[in-house]
Structure formats: structure tokens, C-alpha cells
Ligand binder design. Sequence first.
Ligand code: SDX
Length: 428
Amino acid sequence: MSDSVKLYYQGKEYEFPVVESTIGDKGIDISKLRSETGLITLDVGFKNTGATKSKISYLDGDLGQLYYRGYPIEQIAEKSTFVEVMYLLLEGELPTQAQLDEFKHNMNKYSLVSEEMKHLLKGFPRSAHPMGVLSSLTSALTAFNPHAVNVKSEEDVRRAATLLLAKFPVLCAWTYRLKLGLPLNYSDNRLDYVHNFYQMMFRFPTEDFHMDEVVVDALDKLLILHADHEQNCSASTVKMVGSAHSGLFASVSAGVSALWGPLHGGANQAVIEMLEMIRKDGGDLQKWIDKAKNKNDDFRLMGFGHRVYRNFDPRARVIKKVCDDVFNKLGIHDEELDLAKKLEEVALHDDYFIEKKLYPNVDFYSGLIYKALGIPTEMFTVMFALGRLPGWIAQWKEMRLNNEPINRPRQVYIGSPKRDYAPIKDRK
Ligand code: SDX
């Protein structure tokens, strides 16, 4: 017998079924709410609203746990690779060696980006923010890969996904190279995904290129840790656009723009800028903690707090360890890292952060690693987008193959009642 909830309104009783979950939140199915009661729900920011039923990732905000297709993120980060995680998120199961080899082979077929895309890229000023460039180039992929994706065809969706997974790292590296006025590197199919991305980002055609395995391992872990996170703002944006049967590239382009925001993926850049500001201001941590607590001050502790986590973000725990490993192995001492650790310590012992359950999130330490790897601050959110791409595609694919309807929320109108047009001569 499935569970249900009762609603009493204007003397009448209504009953709505409860949708069971494997783990975590169950949902009240209110698909008949308006037709039966004349009421809609109101939940600004969707803090209590489920948009879908999904099998891709699950996070427990109270326990600070995250699973990709049921596998705990800690195990995935330690034992898997980013390409294997791409397969897991898209297909639902860890691949056999043959399936993984075929997946990589298929990606390699699409790793060349149209030469004409370079004209678009070079039309941007070097001062352009890489996220704006990346969003534009991602949308432009439609122009150079015009075959419409039959959004109900699993084969068509799988091919479009593979094409995007193959070309996106090239676009990410090109946005970096544009910013520095450097020659563009091509994808090298002889290399695995992370080595290939690394050489596209940093190789100079004029000399041999050495890749530090410490950097490669850190990049692979960072990409894994960013790969998916339920119905977050950017994934929901990708799905909002895709729900209108817009193409995959256009949908992901919108997701890049949503991720750019400093409240979302842009926080990794904002954390470093915040730490640099605090350091230059003399390093008085309590002053900035007090500003973050002050309702009348719009300063927020970037990299802290989360819509769902009311405990440590499990990714932040793993990233903090990767951070220590990278700095120790590369023999780097970074003032901002020391400051970040002290800031975390002070905040976690402050009643305001304790009562509001504000903990470091995925963005608090990731920027410090990117900086240590030689990636410029404005590229940090591009790195987040590169990691999140398989999650965006998996969420878009799940929605499309479930044939979900176009997303069109309702509203509670509180504007003017009906009134007649007044000619300008009669207006006051
Ligand atoms: C990501 O959703 C996802 O899954 C996102 C993500 C993913 O993988 O996709 O995990 C990636 O976006 C991580 C979050 C990165 N953003 C930041 O680090 C920016 C700083 N954080 C905050 O802006 C905030 O915590 C949010 C935006 C992340 C969450 O905001 P909510 O859920 O809308 O919560 P809220 O703003 O209502 O905060 C609740 C209270 C408020 O105080 P009161 O009004 O109750 O008195 O906590 C306070 C807030 O003022 N608060 C903070 C704070 N975050 C929340 N106060 C100071 N510093 C902060 N960082």
C-alpha cells in the first residue's frame, strides 16, 4: 500500500499519493493538486520542490554523502577515472574494459573541432571571461554539427553526447589559450583524456612537453568530484532548455552560463579573490567572519554554505586532501592555502556558522589546487564546467528519454487587478 498525504482546504479533504524513493526524500505527487483544489504550491528557489525522479546521483545533505549511480563519491574518487565516471553517469553502470575502450574510441572520432570555430574564438577580446567564450563556442557547435538530435532516439542522443564530451575539452583549452594569446593545440588521440587536456592547455609547439603525474592525478580527481550533483542550478538550466526539445549543445551552453554565477560554480573563482582580498587587507579573519555574519553587509564567505548540505560537502573533504597532496608533492607553500585553513577553523567554531550549518563546499579548496596547477583564476569555473559536463548530459538524456514535458512553472500573481487603458492626457 503506497503512502499518501491529506490536505484540508475550505472544508474539503484531498488526498495525494507519496512517491517512494530508494533513499532520501520521498515526494508528494501534486500533479492533480490544481485540478482538484484550484491551488498551486509556492516554493521560491525550489528549496522544497522535486523537479523529477532521477537515478543518476544522490546526496544526503545531513550526513554529507554523495553517490554517483549508487557508488559513494569517496570510492569513486579514489578508484575510478573521469572517463569511467562519464560512462557510469551516462549509461548507469561501470563499464567493462571492452565497453570503456569502445567509449574512448568513439570519443576520439570526434576530437577534432571545426577549423572555422577558430574564427569565432579569435573574434573575442583576450579580456573576455572564459565562461562567456565557452558558452558561446558550445552553442556554436550546433552550427558545425547541424544534424538535429532526434531527442527520442537513444542512439542519436548517445552520439551527440559523445561528440560533446570529445569537443568540450578542446573548447575549454582554447578559451585559456586565447586569453594568453597562445597558439591553439589540437587534441591528441594517442593520449588519455586528462593527459590530452593537460597538453592542450599547457604545451608549447616549440619544445618538448613534460607532464607531471601529480598534476594529472589531481586533475582527474577534481573532474570526477565535479561530475554530477543532482538537480543543481546549472543542471536544472540544461534541463529547462532541453525540455523545450532544444538541442544538447544549446542546452549545455545555457548550463555554462548558469554555472558562471558566483553563487554557483563561479564561487571557486570568488574564493580565491576573497582570500587574496583578506590577505592584502592584513589577514584579520575575524573582521571578515563578522562581515559575513552581518545581515546588513552583502559580503558572504565564498566557498561556505550549500542549498542541500547541512554538513561537510564530502567533495570538500576529498579536495582538501588532494590539495595537501599536491602542495606537498610539488613543494609549494601558498599563503592563501594557509589562510583558507585558518578561515575554515575560525568559521567552524563560530556560533553563526554552527547554528546555520554552514560548512566548506566543493568550491572552497578547489581553486587553490587549480592555482597550484598553473591555471589562472578566471579559468577555475571552466574547470568546473569540464567536470560537470557528463552530469549535465546524463541529466538531459534521462529527461529526454523519459519524455518529460516542457518545464513551465506557474506563479502566484500579486500584481494589479484588471484595469482599463488610460490615455496619456488623463494620466497623473
Ligand atoms: C555550488 O546546488 C548544488 O549542488 C551546487 C553545487 C554543485 O555541485 O552543483 O554544489 C556547487 O554551487 C556550491 C555553492 C557555491 N557557492 C558559494 O560558495 C557561495 C557562498 N554560499 C552562499 O551564497 C549560499 O550558501 C548558497 C548560495 C550556496 C546557498 O544559499 P541558500 O541555500 O539560498 O541559503 P541561504 O542563502 O538562504 O542561507 C541560509 C542562511 C542565510 O542567513 P538567514 O537569512 O537565515 O539569516 O545562511 C546564511 C544566509 O545569509 N548564509 C551565509 C552563507 N551562506 C548562507 N552567510 C555567510 N556566508 C555564507 N557563505
